[in-house]
Design a protein around this ligand. Sequence first.
Ligand code: UD1
Length: 419
Amino acid sequence: MSEHFLVTGGNRLEGEVLVGGAKNSVLKLMAAALLAEGTTVVTNCPDILDVPLMADVLRGLGCEVELEDSEVRITTPAEPKYHADFDAVKQFRASVCVLGPLVARCRRAVVALPGGDAIGSRPLDMHQSGLRLLGARSEIEHGCVVAEADDLHGANIRLVFPSVGATENILMAAVLARGETVIDNAAREPEIVDLCNMLNEMGAKVSGGGSSTLTIQGVRKLEPATHRVIGDRIVAATWGVAASMTRGDVRVRGVNHKHLGLVLDKLRTAGAEVTPEVDGFRVIQRERPKAVNFATLPYPGFPTDLQPMAIGLAAVAEGTSMITENVFESRFRFVEEMIRLGADARTDGHHAVIRGVPVLSSAPVWSSDIRAGAGLVLAGLVADGTTEVHDIFHIDRGYPRFVENLRGLGGVIERVGTE
Ligand code: UD1
């Protein structure tokens, strides 16, 4: 049986919502536990499907993993296995982040390639070329990315694009390499800083986290640590955009508002009053949102993961918005679903032009990935009637207690089974 959401539009969102740990951080922190023998504890873990899936990947590598409430305890053996097979990794791409730690710990890694993705092709060439510069051989063999190294040594690595995943894999391999590694044009996302902090708590010597240049002095051994995951800025911003779209008043807690500087500025441009708070921010939108242009870019640019929500906002804004997607080539596929909801949107290559309409019109729609799914639910909140959002397992992979949180803000949403 699969499930779908019924979202009834027309309500203003009001109240407070607490966000959990960042999905895009917790999975890498769990992988980092492979780097030290013993028990690593990660706290503030979000209650999303990808966390138990990652736990299964680590169990397959010989770790013991206990999940309780928002805490995960990972006990890594002296000699982890080095082969993450297809059954373990097929359900989510982030599992590829075990590659770097395995090369560092076992000097050999075989990680099955998770396959295609709705948002565009996601090659691993930068991950591989970085590992090669550290002294590993790396090939794609029989559907797996294989990396082997007799000796990992420091290197100067310049990424052609600040890829989040490549930065993380190279960083996690370099912490146990001999000598100094410099990663130039590194990704600067807050989740990278979180990983650098945890690695340093484990005894690594990483500096420059949050800048474009990471410098790593390799050490011989890391020790387990206990680390709290940063709040999920994408989930937080999803609620912020929802507040703006529904002309609501929402206080979001559990996140560092500085991680959302540009996003909150865009909400201000749309006419929202945005107040930074110690543990989050508040968004109040009194009038119909105004059109805003967005161009996705690596951090600190506008996050590609919020592009579907930005399109939702543009769809009901006063005026015409131009949205440019610079990170994932096929991420506009979901715009077809927005058109089904009555959005006046056209795409051409990596540009979308959206002329806002006062209200969308409910329809059955299908989520193609986590963020597209959330964008469609937001659109359902400003559509007349009841929108059916299908393939919601995507949303469950990234948004903890989605229905409860949305209802807590006054949204009308129901989860129903489909035979
Ligand atoms: C991560 C996030 C994802 C977010 C993305 C960009 C996780 C689990 N996922 O994905 O939610 O949307 O960052 O902020 O953290 N690329 C290559 N070769 C490579 C690696 C990447 O060409 O070796 C390209 C990709 O195809 C894409 C771009 O670089 O077009 C950005 O990808 P990347 O930053 O690596 O994203 P992920 O780490 O996969």
